[in-house]
Design a protein around this ligand. Structure first.
Ligand code: PLP
Length: 366
């Protein structure tokens, strides 16, 4: 536990506690609510008494529907499937089951903050692959970091915090690399709905030794309901199921029934809204003079700070009522900030105004 550090984010929220009318661009979840039919399905499930433990692996109806969806949307026909308590649950089980002390885990940097901590918890060694300044995760960048101790390679596309998407051609190169080295891939596809350019299929369709993870937290705003899944090789998913039996027990029962409804509930309209918001914030940042890459998905953008460290810049942003997250929470570098545009147009416009002022005014006089 001593290796797990949450001080970076805590500092920000301590500062934020004093804000009266914050412009909150820090949130890692959609700003829309769970679609009505999905809420109804959850309520109905509760009324019908679906309130008990389910089988560990998840209800058969959801398995069946999810398999169909995975085949149609991702080209997957996995050996095994497990319904988990969100992708977080899937990640926790996957690392506990696969990572032994001393094993190396390849993590493209910037990364979703949980990866590093879970690897450390298991006694593994996170091996960070620097993807600055364009955040492209490529086989060429990964390859020099693979050793005999490499246990698994983490992929997250579309990515938190950069919004970067790995193109289909590159997925094929990464799959070939992993195959050549016998490394397990873990592909966190939680932002799959929010892909703005060419849609990609899952890397799991190219390489069977892949754990594909996804869920309903982002696509259907069900973050508090805790449902996700992992699909992949039988021998690993079976072990994860065994551990789920002795830890999470099962994903929340009513939420599994709601997820069944969610699979039928089209939320692609939200993607189009976020695509437009992405353009607004990207163009606004560019015009203001920020160095920034255009995201290909998710709902984050990751510009370089124009002066100072990420924490100095965020402290000044917070003094101006703007809440954003220092990049070093997601990275070994302290040069960028994460901005979430899962917010109203008015909030985004107010945020852009503060960001313009921050670049014009420069660092505070000491
Ligand atoms: N993976 C990534 C990349 C995320 O950004 C998040 C949440 O922010 C998660 C996983 C966790 O998702 P869940 O709510 O399904 O546990």
């Amino acid at each position: 536990m001593a290796l797990l550090d949450s001080s970076g984010i805590r500092k920000v929220f301590d500062l934020a506690a004093s804000m009266k009318n914050p412009i909150n661009l820090s949130i890692g979840q959609p700003d829309f609510d769970v679609p009505g039919p999905v809420k109804d399905a959850a309520i109905e499930a509760i009324r019908q008494g679906r309130n008990r433990y389910t089988v560990t692996q998840g209800i058969p109806e959801l398995h069946q529907a999810l398999r169909k969806w995975l085949a149609a949307e991702k080209g997957l026909d996995p050996e095994a499937l497990l319904i988990t308590s969100g992708v977080s649950g899937a990640l926790m089980l996957a690392f506990l089951v696969t990572v032994n002390p001393g094993d190396e885990v390849i993590i493209p940097d910037p990364y979703f903050v949980m990866y590093k901590h879970l690897v450390n918890l298991c006694g593994g060694k996170p091996v960070f692959v620097d993807t600055y300044p364009d955040f492209a995760v490529t086989a060429e960048r990964l390859e020099p970091h693979l050793t005999r101790k490499t246990r698994l390679i983490l992929l997250n596309s579309p990515a938190n915090p950069t919004g970067a998407v790995i193109p289909q051609k590159e997925l094929a190169r990464i799959a070939a690399l992993a195959k050549g080295r016998g490394a397990l891939l873990v592909s966190d596809e939680i932002y799959d709905l929010f892909t703005y350019g060419e849609p990609t299929r899952s890397v799991g369709a190219l390489y069977s030794n892949t754990l594909v993870m996804g869920g309903f937290s982002k696509s259907h705003a069900m973050t508090g309901w805790r449902v996700g899944y992992v699909a992949g090789p039988k021998e690993i998913v079976q072990e994860m199921t065994k551990l789920q039996q002795f830890s999470f027990v099962c994903a929340p029962s009513f939420a599994q029934f709601a997820a069944l409804k969610a699979l039928e509930t089209d939320t692609r309209g939200y993607r189009d809204v976020y695509r437009r918001k992405c353009d607004t914030i990207y163009n606004g940042l560019l015009r203001a003079g920020y160095q920034v890459r255009q995201p290909g998905g998710a709902f984050y953008i990751f510009p370089k700070v124009p002066w100072g460290s990420d924490h100095e810049f965020v402290a000044e942003a917070i003094r101006n009522e703007l809440l954003i997250i220092p990049g070093s929470v997601f990275s070994e570098k302290a040069t960028h900030v994460r901005i979430s545009y899962a917010a109203s147009d008015v909030t985004i416009a107010r945020g852009l105004e503060v960001l313009r002022n921050l670049i014009e005014q420069g660092p505070p006089k000491k």
